[in-house]
Write a protein that binds this ligand. Structure first.
Ligand code: HAM
Length: 418
């Protein structure tokens, strides 16, 4: 027997409905906030993520699904969406078409992480990217948008953490100081950090194994005046929208492309994998991927975790009765009566009525049980008798009342219930 591959899963009702609802909210708000949808490829050249996300990040070093295609090209399943959107932005010369380009995507991502609750190897993200705006307002706007999506979806218990990781100017001198400290504590570092402490010392601040001891000895990070001013305005703008946040200097994010503003939103009901959303500014990425220097900012939310948080905050009520729905029950029905019922079901569906049916060969008891489970308000009972008189027995499954009606009367009753 085949089983779903480790870290992947099938998603059923009632979870599926919540995925659809969240995506619909994201699409509605995207339109309201001026974002156009982009569909990105499932796989890209592996080099795109190596350069974009960073050679020494966990995502690229350990978690990417890399494979060689028949043309001996090194490809990777997308582990995230930002690098792909930037690749598309550059490839399609979008900077020439639109000064302030805003794109969003709904896409599954693939990371070979160690699976656990809330951490999957295939998971869904909804991401938003804003190009061409260097100002703090764009950062505050995307954070506010993320918050609005969660609020509209019905999540109430959320934490917003905010930090600024500065620009290359203020990070340069810090990087040097940190490198010296790391060299002094090299024997205490994990193998990854020993390898990357010179190539990318800042990554050691985010290492799952070493971050605590590194942070304890790391020098204090000093933002330059311009970055400080930028961060202050982001905070003031969030305050103007009534958003409360925690300043978290340890928030550095696991992707290399960030500059200045970084943020995460987490849900305390989720346990260890509590981040439902992460993002920030990435002013150098467009240029790094071959485009003109273009400031950018964005975020992605993890749909699986958001849906799980919603279920934990508010377990779903039993599904509501479908007022305008009927279940077709065949009662000793010969082939002609089955055709008669099948035709009526089709006409009702064309009028917008939901009609469910089982196999005409099932027993009446089994069909009635299925009717009860379907959530339909009515059972349409059809047998040879009903067929010969061109009638239908309509049973109200809630109060068990029933009436013998013509197909036209059934159509009128179900298509416009009182
Ligand atoms: P990220 O923090 O790697 O950022 O992922 C964003 C969100 O995706 C996380 O907060 C989490 O909810 C969800 N997520 C990540 N990994 C998993 C997993 N293994 N299983 C389930 N959910 C997961 C990015 O991907 C950036 N591209 C965000 C961004 C967009 N920054 C700027 N623009």
């Amino acid at each position: 027997m085949f089983q779903a591959v480790r870290g992947t899963r099938d998603i059923f009702s009632p979870l599926v409905e919540e995925y659809v609802r969240l995506e619909a909210i994201a699409r509605r708000l995207a339109a309201q906030w001026g974002f156009g949808e982009i569909r990105i490829p499932t796989f890209e050249e592996a080099g795109l993520f190596k350069r974009g996300v960073g050679e020494t990040t966990d995502i690229v070093e350990k978690e990417m699904y890399v494979f060689e295609d028949r043309g001996e090209r090194q490809l990777a399943l997308r582990p995230e969406g930002t690098a792909s959107v930037v690749r598309s932005y550059v490839e399609n010369n979008m900077h020439q078409k639109e000064k302030n380009c805003r794109l969003f995507y709904v896409a599954n991502m693939f990371r070979a992480e160690r699976p656990q609750a809330g951490r999957y190897r295939e998971f869904e993200q909804v991401g938003f990217e804003v190009f061409g705006d260097p100002g703090p307002l764009a950062d505050a706007e995307i954070i506010t948008l993320a918050w609005e999506i969660f609020k509209s979806f019905g999540l109430s218990d959320l934490r917003l953490s905010l930090n600024s990781i500065g620009c290359p100017e203020c990070r340069g001198p810090y990087r040097e100081k940190l490198e010296t400290v790391l060299a002094q504590m090299i024997s205490q570092l994990c193998e990854d950090c020993q390898n990357r402490h010179q190539k990318n010392p800042l990554r050691c601040l985010d290492c799952k194994k070493c971050s605590e001891k590194v942070r304890a000895q790391a020098p204090a990070f000093q933002l330059c005046a311009a970055c400080q001013a930028h961060a202050r305005i982001v905070e003031d703008l969030l305050g103007a929208c009534g958003l409360t946040f925690v300043n978290d200097p340890s928030l550095v994010r696991g992707l290399d492309y960030y500059t200045r503003t970084v943020f995460e939103i987490s849900s305390p009901v989720l346990g260890s994998q509590s981040a439902v959303c992460g993002g920030g500014r990435y002013d150098g990425l467009v240029e790094l991927l071959g485009g003109p220097a273009t400031p950018a900012t964005g975020f992605a939310l993890g749909v699986d975790r958001v849906v799980e948080a919603r279920f934990k905050e508010k377990p779903p009520a039993s599904p509501p009765l479908k007022e305008q729905a009927a279940f077709l029950v065949f009662v000793k029905a010969g082939p002609k009566a089955v055709e008669y019922g099948f035709g009526l079901a089709q006409r009702l569906r064309q009028k917008g009525v939901s009609v469910f049916c089982s196999s005409a060969t099932d027993s009446i008891k089994s069909q009635m049980r299925q009717a009860g489970k379907s959530g339909a308000k009515y059972a349409l009972m059809i047998g040879d008798d009903e067929f010969s008189k061109k009638q239908v027995l309509l049973k109200n499954l809630q109060d068990s009342s029933q009436a013998t009606l013509s197909p036209e009367e059934v159509m009128t009753r179900l298509a416009s219930p009182c």
